[in-house]
Design a protein around this ligand. Structure first.
Ligand SMILES: [Ca+2]
Length: 295
């Protein structure tokens, strides 16, 4: 019997919890929901490249540990603790910030061990647990390398792409932008969705450097749903602001030779979302990332 014993599945563990006193059932259910919700939030934030994913993943793990601490025996505890086993994205988040997060993982593992309470593990079980922890840490280290490589790629893209795009998760540009990415083209039609996780209620600021070989005239047309505005060297050129469906507004301005800073602000309140930026200059020009000489 002892030799044939296998770890309990989560479904069986949750069934067993239903036989426990009501307050224990409720506490496990709360921790279970929180763990699942935070894991989902962590995954969304991670996919969006946004801050806060690490914290959400940690909260998911801690909620799972809380559920495990309420278990009646070690099999049930192990199954409930498995709630905190993060999905692939969350694992990357946990492994993404170098030694700090690895320390967090080790800390969580220690807390989990304490939460499981006094154990009478067999030597074989202890070996298996150690092997599993070692394998998990090795896997996380691999994911850490992967994340670092991805982050370098993102930064390189931002440095090369002509449009630097700052993203706010509200339509009012309130607070700091949540993330910054590089776009080759400023025009997008998101339909009923958005560029990241927010379907409605987001804002973008696009910045680029327009370099003219000689004096010329810039014609700029903004089509957007909802509002958008374009600025050249800090002065507004096109005003297409306000809550509205797809609408185009154009403007033009003579510009001297050299570098000019372009900025397009855009926000989406609800419903469909699109932004089209059409540039036309009657002399040779190029768009490049905003940087030295274009401030
Ligand atoms: Ca809209």
């Amino acid at each position: 019997m002892r030799g044939a014993r296998r770890s309990l599945g989560l479904r069986e563990a949750l069934r067993r919890v239903k036989e426990r006193p009501l307050e224990v059932q409720q506490a496990v259910a709360r921790a279970y929901r929180r763990s699942r919700e935070r894991a989902s939030v962590a995954e969304n934030l991670w996919l969006a490249g946004a801050p806060g994913a690490l914290e959400a993943a940690r909260e998911s793990l801690e909620a799972a540990i809380e559920a495990a601490s309420l278990a009646s025996d070690r099999d049930e505890a192990a199954a409930l603790a498995a709630l905190g086993l993060p999905s692939r994205a969350v694992e990357e988040v946990l492994g993404a910030r170098g030694s700090t997060s690895l320390r967090e993982i080790l800390g969580a593992a220690r807390r989990l061990r304490r939460a499981l309470g006094p154990q009478r593990w067999t030597a074989a079980q202890v070996r298996r647990i150690r092997l599993a922890l070692a394998a998990a840490l090795l896997g996380l280290l691999g994911l850490l390398v992967l994340f670092v490589v991805r982050d370098i790629q993102r930064r390189m893209q931002l440095a090369r792409a002509p449009w630097a795009v700052s993203y706010w998760d509200n339509a009012e540009f309130e607070g700091s932008p949540r993330t910054q990415v590089g776009w080759q083209s400023p025009s997008h039609d998101w339909g009923e969705e958005g560029p990241l996780s927010e379907v409605d209620g987001f804002a973008l600021r696009l910045e680029s450097c327009l370099r003219l070989e000689e004096s010329g005239t810039l014609r700029l047309r903004l089509g957007s749903d909802d509002g958008s505005r374009a600025y050249v060297d800090g002065a507004m050129l096109v005003d297409n602001w306000g809550d509205h469906g797809p609408r185009q507004v154009s403007g033009e301005r003579p510009l001297g030779a050299g570098a000019h800073r372009l900025r397009v602000d855009y926000y989406e309140r609800g419903g469909g979302a699109q932004l089209h930026v059409d540039l036309d200059v009657d002399v040779p020009y190029e768009l490049s990332p905003v940087g030295e000489g274009c401030d």
